[in-house]
Design a protein around this ligand. Structure first.
Ligand SMILES: [Zn+2]
Length: 260
């Protein structure tokens, strides 16, 4: 995204939350069941019919806007469904996580230990990064346990976050969970990018790619009548949170500078 567009998106765009609500209403009116990642996993393993819309949020920034999205979901689908919210260490909001879990939706950990490890150790070599995977796995185990302790979230599923380090070396944080023992030790039933999850999805819409085009694209998918649709959304793309965006932009700039 070029700088001009980034500035518009981060600081000047009008709220798109009413469009988010309209997307949910379109799903509901077309008879889609709204589910989170664990429900989908159960549907795949146990079987189930009907149209399904998997609603996943990665809370990379702004738990404040995430709460507004949660309120919209409660309003449109209420207890008739679920949503999965993945929080990073930097976006943990204990009250919001508790409210989401208490309501019956799902929260999980948005992990990035491989990127964090590389920022600390500056191996700057893909092979060495692979060799460091056992250490990243140990970090992950500690961090998941800490996430559960701190938030009270059951955290049965997790999703890999994408950082500039992952883009730079073309290696994803999910490499950490390629190890079965790590999954078992962490008590993780499924990773959001597992093939078991992704292979059954007929259409996938991500807001960081579609931005303002997201609502219309998704509505077209609904009209097409796909049986299983996934949406991946981030609060940042729906409403300006001046403080959170500025904090994240400074952090990214600083980390980039330090890494060099
Ligand atoms: Zn993320």
């Amino acid at each position: 995204m070029n700088l001009k567009k980034r500035i518009y998106e981060d600081y000047f765009k009008p709220s798109r939350l009413s469009e988010y609500k309209a997307v949910l209403q379109a799903f509901r009116d077309a008879g889609y069941k709204m589910v989170g990642i664990p429900d989908l996993y159960n549907l795949i393993t146990l079987g189930g019919g009907g149209k399904v819309f998997i609603n996943r949020h990665d809370i990379d920034t702004s738990p404040i806007v995430a709460r507004e999205m949660f309120e919209i979901e409660k309003d449109v689908y209420g207890h008739e469904g679920s949503v999965t919210y993945y929080f990073r260490d930097s976006t943990i909001d204990k009250k919001l996580i508790k409210d989401i879990d208490d309501y019956g939706y799902e929260t999980g950990y948005h992990y990035e230990e491989l990127a964090t490890y590389e920022k600390e150790h500056k191996l700057k070599n893909i092979e060495k990064m692979r060799e460091a995977l056992p250490e990243c796995r140990e970090m992950f185990l500690k961090d998941v346990a800490q996430f559960r302790r701190e938030t009270g979230s059951p955290c049965l599923t997790v999703a890999s976050h994408g950082d500039f380090i992952n883009t730079m070396y073309k290696i994803q944080n999910k490499e950490i969970l390629r190890d079965r023992r790590t999954r078992e030790q962490a008590g993780i039933i499924v990773e959001a990018y597992d093939e078991a999850v992704t292979r059954c999805i007929q259409a996938r819409y991500a807001d960081q790619v579609l931005l303002g085009h997201f609502p219309n694209e998704v509505k077209q998918g609904i009209t097409t009548g796909y049986d299983i649709i996934m949406t991946l959304t981030h609060p940042r793309n729906w409403k300006v949170d001046f403080f959170s965006n500025t904090q994240d932009n400074i952090m990214r700039f600083w980390q980039g500078l330090k890494y060099k």
